[in-house]
Ligand binder design. Structure first.
Ligand SMILES: NC(=O)CC[C@H](N)C(=O)O
Length: 306
């Protein structure tokens, strides 16, 4: 496995078209696009890494996997009255569907859906309490208490977050949010601003590899049926309007973020985190996708076979 990971890293180093870093969040625009990291972790916790696998990056929308998991734990199936579970076929920050669907977002991974999930997690708590809870959960699944939020990124998002504010206000106009818009956005921006390394992120995905249990620590995170469903949502919706393309090329449940990270789950085989800040036109990591494409080609890990 280490040879495969190393050869993917070598290949990615030689690629010149690396996509473009997200610039609508100023703090992300300063990230050096020439960085690349790949980590594969087996269910037992064996780690294979190449590149800058201990460099922290902004996990952005990948955090939505963790908030969805928490919201399902809190609300169970009642969550589905607040958010759908169909692919959107629209950009991650699109507002058009929201009007047709009366303020109920298509799925938990587009921005509107994740904002609704943040509201659901909050109950009637303050953002600070909710964020402490989210961070606690992420640290638990990653088995790493050093994980934290990059306050600079959060402030940067807050200052340029007009689109997300529009989405939240639009949902509020349909009375879909229980908490004040500003508080929900505060929670949302901050959980998107969690920083992790590919090693931490890959470990955090382990519970989705082994039917809800992190085998390396022995802790059950979610029941088996829930892990299966989170994986299906990742496959169908995890890359926004690029989800079909990702399923075609990689064939694994995956979740991308505009920080350039992707978490991919090969059920029963491995949790994989890849990071390269340059994005394709849709906003998914360009080299990250190419690296995963290479990995499934080498390993046959696509859920659809070789
Ligand atoms: N696709 C993403 O990673 C988007 C998340 C980002 N925080 C935003 O709201 O725009």
């Amino acid at each position: 496995m280490q040879n495969i990971v190393d050869s993917i890293y070598q290949e990615m180093c030689s690629r010149t078209d690396r996509g473009k870093v997200a610039n609508y969040i100023p703090q992300l625009a300063c990230v050096d696009p020439n960085q690349f990291a790949l980590t594969v972790v087996t269910p037992e916790g064996q780690v294979y890494s190449a590149g800058c696998a201990d460099t922290l990056f902004s996990i952005q929308s990948i955090s939505k996997v963790f908030t969805l998991t928490m919201a399902l734990g809190k609300l169970g199936d009642a969550l589905w009255a607040r958010v759908g579970r169909e692919p959107s076929g629209d950009p991650f920050n699109s507002i058009v569907q929201l009007e047709h669907e009366s303020g109920i977002p298509r799925n938990p991974f587009i921005n509107a859906g994740a904002i609704a999930i943040a509201d659901a997690i909050m109950g009637h708590n303050e953002p600070k309490e909710s964020l402490a809870e989210i961070l606690h959960f992420v640290r638990f699944v990653a088995n790493d208490d050093s994980i934290s939020i990059d306050e600079k990124v959060a402030q940067s998002e807050m200052m340029t977050g007009s689109r997300n504010a529009s989405l939240a206000h639009f949902m509020a106009s349909f009375e879909r949010l229980e908490n004040p818009v500003e508080k929900v956005l505060g929670t949302y921006f901050h959980h998107c601003s969690i920083s992790m390394t590919t090693e931490q992120l890959a470990k955090a995905g382990l519970f989705l590899v082994s039917n809800g249990t992190n085998q390396s620590t022995g802790s059950r995170v979610v029941p088996e049926h829930r892990a299966r469903r989170i994986n299906s949502l990742m496959l169908m919706c995890g890359h926004y309007d690029g989800s079909g393309e990702f399923a075609y090329r990689v064939g694994l449940p995956g979740k991308s973020g505009v920080g350039g990270g992707i978490l991919a789950i090969a059920p029963g085989k491995a949790s994989i985190a890849v990071w390269s800040p340059g994005l394709d036109k849709i906003g998914n990591s360009k080299l990250g996708t190419e690296a995963l494409e290479m990995l499934v080609h080498e390993t046959g890990w696509s859920i659809f076979g070789h």
